[in-house]
Design a binder for this molecule. Structure first.
Ligand SMILES: [Zn+2]
Length: 386
C-alpha cells in the first residue's frame, strides 16, 4: 500500500514498518526497548503496539524488566517453522526455529568418509524430519528450508562451484534437488556468507557496518556484509579469498592456479606438514589440542597459517576498509596461537590507516555462526511472507 508522502497516514505506516522491522531484525523486546531502538516516543510505540496487536501482527506478553512490570512484544507467529541445514565435510547440523528465531530443536550427525551427495541429501532430510518432530511440529508446518553449503553458488542457476570440502557436490543444483525431495521451498547460501550474517546479527560483528567473516578450516571461505547487506557479487562468487595468490611459484591448487592461500593455510595443508613429526594427529582438532598443550610443532604450523591468512586479510582490509573482521571456522578455535600472527601480518601489510585495535576478533558464535545466519535469513523470509 502507498500513501501520499507527508500525510499522517504515510507517517503512521512508516512508523509501523519501523516497529515491525525492528522486531524482525532483533527479535522480541520490551516496549521501552522498542521505543529506544526505533527512536519513536513511548506514546507512539504504545499506540502502534495496540494497533498491531489488534490486527494480529504482533503478540504482547506481560513480563518484568529490572523488577518492573513490562510488555514483551514479539512478531505474531503461526504454526510455521523453518529448518536450517549446515553441511560441512565432517557432519550435518540441523536446527528448527520459529519466526522469532527461537531454536526449538537441534540435531547433528557425522558424515562418513567418501560419502555421496545422494546419501548426504537423504541423511539431511531424514534428520530434518526427526528434528521437526523433536520440536513438536509436523512436516506440514515447515515453510522453508535453508541450506548452508561450503562452496560458491552461481546465483544464476543455483549450481555449486568446485568445493574442496564437498567435492561430490560440485556442479549440482543442490537446492533444486533438495527441494524436489523435501516438497518445500529450499534456499541455498554459501556457508561463509551465512556465518558472516550470523556474526553480524548476533555475534562478534554486532554493531558493525562493513564486516568480513573468514571461515578457516578445510577450506578458506569469506563472507562480506557491506553497509548492512550481505554481498554476493555479480554472480554469487564474492569472497573467494582462499584462492587469492600468496606465491605465484607455489604448489598447484585444486582451482588450477598456483600458490593460492588455501595451499598454505587450510586444514589438510597443516596435517600434511605434521605428517612426519606428528603421525598421531589426524584432524585440525588434534592440531589445536597439541598446540594448547604447548607443543612447538603444532604451534608453528598454526602460526604460519595465521600469518598467510593475515597477508590476504591485509589486502582485503585495504580494499574494503572493514570496521570488523571476524575469524571463525575450525582453525580459529586455536585462539591467539592462530590469531596473533594473523593480526601481526595485517598490521604489517595493510596500510596503517585501515588497521586499528580490535579490528580482528575471533568468532562470537563458535561453530554455530552458519546455523544462526541460516535461521535468521529463513525466519526473515517467513515473516516477510506472513
Ligand atoms: Zn586456488
Amino acid at each position: 500500500m502507498t500513501y501520499a508522502p507527508g500525510s499522517p497516514k504515510s507517517l503512521r505506516a512508516q512508523n509501523r514498518d519501523r516497529v515491525l522491522s525492528a522486531l524482525l531484525r532483533q527479535g522480541s523486546m520490551t516496549q521501552v526497548q522498542l521505543a529506544r531502538v526505533t527512536g519513536l516516543s513511548p506514546a507512539s510505540v504504545s499506540n502502534l503496539v495496540r494497533e498491531l496487536a489488534d490486527s494480529g501482527r504482533i503478540e504482547v506478553e506481560s513480563t518484568t524488566s529490572s523488577g518492573r512490570a513490562a510488555n514483551l512484544i514479539r512478531l505474531a507467529t503461526d504454526n510455521r517453522v523453518v529448518v536450517a541445514v549446515d553441511v560441512d565435510h565432517q557432519r550435518i547440523r540441523i536446527a528448527v526455529s520459529d519466526a522469532n528465531r527461537t531454536i526449538l530443536a537441534e540435531r547433528s550427525s557425522p558424515l562418513v568418509e567418501g560419502h555421496h551427495v545422494d546419501d548426504d541429501l537423504d541423511l539431511a532430510l531424514a534428520m530434518a524430519h526427526s528434528c521437526v518432530a523433536d520440536a513438536d511440529h509436523t512436516w506440514t508446518d515447515v515453510a522453508l528450508l535453508a541450506l548452508a553449503v561450503p562452496a560458491p553458488i552461481d546465483m544464476r542457476n543455483g549450481v555449486l562451484g568446485s568445493s574442496s570440502i564437498l567435492p561430490g557436490w560440485a556442479h549440482i543444483a543442490v537446492g533444486e534437488e533438495l527441494q524436489r525431495r523435501a516438497g518445500i521451498e529450499v534456499f541455498v547460501e554459501n556457508d561463509a556468507n551465512l556465518g558472516a550474517w550470523g556474526e553480524y546479527i548476533n555475534g562478534a560483528g554486532r554493531g558493525s557496518q562493513t564486516m568480513a567473516y573468514l571461515k578457516v578450516g578445510s577450506g578458506i571461505g569469506c563472507g562480506l556484509v557491506l553497509n548492512g547487506v550481505l554481498h554476493h557479487g555479480a554472480g554469487g562468487m564474492a569472497g573467494e579469498i582462499g584462492h587469492t595468490t600468496v606465491d605465484e611459484h607455489g604448489p598447484i591448487c585444486r582451482c588450477g592456479n598456483r600458490g593460492c592461500l588455501e595451499s598454505f593455510a587450510s586444514g589438510p595443508v597443516l596435517l600434511r606438514a605434521l605428517q612426519q613429526s606428528h603421525p598421531e594427529i589426524h584432524d585440525v582438532a588434534g592440531v589445536i589440542t597439541f598446540a594448547h598443550m604447548g607443543d612447538p610443532g603444532t604451534r608453528r604450523v598454526l602460526a604460519d597459517a595465521g600469518r598467510a591468512v593475515g597477508v590476504a586479510v591485509a589486502n582485503l582490509c585495504n580494499l574494503i576498509n572493514p570496521d570488523r573482521v571476524v575469524v571463525g571456522g575450525e582453525m580459529a578455535q586455536a585462539g591467539d596461537v592462530f590469531l596473533d600472527p594473523l593480526r601481526e601480518a595485517v598490521a604489517r601489510f595493510a596500510v596503517p590507516s585501515v588497521v586499528f585495535p580490535d579490528l580482528i576478533v575471533g568468532s562470537g558464535l563458535g561453530d554455530s555462526s552458519e546455523l544462526v545466519g541460516a535461521v535468521d535469513l529463513a525466519a526473515a523470509r517467513l515473516t516477510a511472507t506472513a
